[in-house]
Design a protein around this ligand. Structure first.
Ligand code: URA
Length: 203
């Protein structure tokens, strides 16, 4: 007797999307990357978090926000008393873009073309999860969520309503906080980041 395989994913479901995204060749980033890092979290999450792209640890593990930036984000959520497990976490671009430097892989920002090529996946995630609100972490996420012409400085720390009625705001990317030169600058950047995320507590 043959053991039954896993139940096939329901067409159009998040699981089905995740499966299709595994073989995405929509841009060239799939080739050097280890795997697609799709979003994860409850299908009925009220809040969706959109980051830039997976980093080194995410690329290796296949899960979003598990590296240093993800840990800083978790710390900010803990401080605000927000349960990360209730959030749907995803990225504007679902493959890690990097530059090899010896044994290391240095993060490289995605181009607008990568964000555009990947936008169908994000739109599909939004259509499936139907979040009430979206938080964009950094400029790439703001571009993916609001489209061209919205600057991070304008979208930062204030709700805007998208054409589909979903409210969203942007804040800085936690990796940017970590890149601040000295500890004082980092503490200041982190405080601003937490302050922006506090918007999630208001409604
Ligand atoms: N990890 C992610 O999954 N996304 C980011 O934008 C940063 C770290």
């Amino acid at each position: 007797p043959v053991a039954p395989g896993p139940a096939p994913a329901e067409p159009g479901s998040l699981d089905a999307l995740r499966e299709s995204a595994r073989d995405c060749r929509g841009c060239s980033l799939w080739q050097p990357a280890t795997q697609t890092v799709f979003g994860e979290g409850p299908t009925d999450a009220r809040t969706m978090i959109v980051g830039e792209q997976p980093g080194d640890e995410e690329d290796l593990s296949g899960r979003p926000f598990v590296g240093p930036a993800g840990r800083l984000f978790s710390r900010a959520l803990d401080e605000l008393g927000i349960d990360r497990r209730g959030l749907y976490l995803t990225n504007a671009v679902k493959h890690f873009r990097f530059e090899p430097r010896g044994k290391r892989r240095l993060h490289k920002r995605p181009d607008v073309a990568h964000i555009e090529a990947c936008n169908g996946w994000l739109r599909a995630e939004i259509a499936q999860v139907k979040p009430e609100r979206i938080v964009c972490l950094g400029a790439s996420a703001a571009r993916a969520v609001f489209g061209p012409g919205v600057r991070l400085s304008e979208a930062r720390g204030a709700w805007r309503t998208r054409d589909d009625g979903v409210r969203a705001f942007a804040t800085v990317h936690p990796a940017w906080v970590l890149r601040q030169g000295d500890l004082q600058a980092q503490a200041l950047a982190y405080a601003g980041f937490v302050e922006d995320l506090r918007l999630l507590l208001a409604t």
